[in-house]
Design a protein around this ligand. Sequence first.
Ligand SMILES: NC(=O)c1ccc[n+]([C@@H]2O[C@H](COP(=O)([O-])OP(=O)(O)OC[C@H]3O[C@@H](n4cnc5c(N)ncnc54)[C@H](OP(=O)(O)O)[C@@H]3O)[C@@H](O)[C@H]2O)c1
Length: 239
Amino acid sequence: MTAPRKALVLGGSGYLGSAVVRLLRARGLDVWHTYRTREKPALALAAETGSTAMALDLTDLEALRKGLERASKGAPLDVLVHAAGTFAEADVATLTPTLYESAMDVAVRAPLFAAQWLARSLPAESTRRIDLVIAGALDRAQSLPLPACFAAAEGAKGALVMALAKELGHRNVRVNAVSVGLLEGGASEALSGALSRDFAAFSALGRRGTADEVARVIAFLALDSDFLTGKTIPVNGGL
Ligand SMILES: NC(=O)c1ccc[n+]([C@@H]2O[C@H](COP(=O)([O-])OP(=O)(O)OC[C@H]3O[C@@H](n4cnc5c(N)ncnc54)[C@H](OP(=O)(O)O)[C@@H]3O)[C@@H](O)[C@H]2O)c1
């Protein structure tokens, strides 16, 4: 009997991350997921789905390394989903270096160093498939009214997946992103009601999306597609 494939979902306590955890568990994967502040919902999700929750602050690279080691114990990771993010609401005038650093650390530095850890842990001769999927907010095709710091962190993800995919593709590592439109929960709750209504009205489908709708695309990228890497797939209802 082959062991179930193993996944780690960074930000599994979030609105999107928890939908990804549920779907990957439903697809039979052994799933680990992280939380930073929302311990109770994370443990409840683990009890509900049979996944494993662990505390991890993604601004701490040493904690990230330890978390990756812990989740890989016994069997290596096949899938890494990054669904963690912070919505720094500050406009340009009020933005502080601390806010900027923490947004960039979570959105860009964490997936980059997680990818480095995964690549380093692959034996040279390995042909084992690994998939990295990063959830973000922008595919650079739109100019949206978002805080500059958030936009910079989210926009960097597209370039990151292109470079990682090129560098790691020959080792059978696929790296993709989804650029998520406005959803019914999670990060969107930080937006004003008026802006949220504008986004929904502006989208082709005229509504906000759900975490399940995005999770299905993430699962497709991680589990079902083969010849697709280095791309950012917009899942935004047609923005
Ligand atoms: N929801 C939307 O409408 C929407 C739209 C566009 C893009 N997105 C993108 O989708 C991704 C997930 O968003 P979401 O809606 O699921 O947001 P969410 O419900 O607010 O979840 C955010 C997740 O990130 C984790 N997190 C935040 N800071 C962290 C840190 N320093 N270390 C470790 N984990 C940290 C949170 O952990 P704790 O809660 O445990 O602290 C939580 O698991 C983000 O990249 C977001 O930008 C979402």
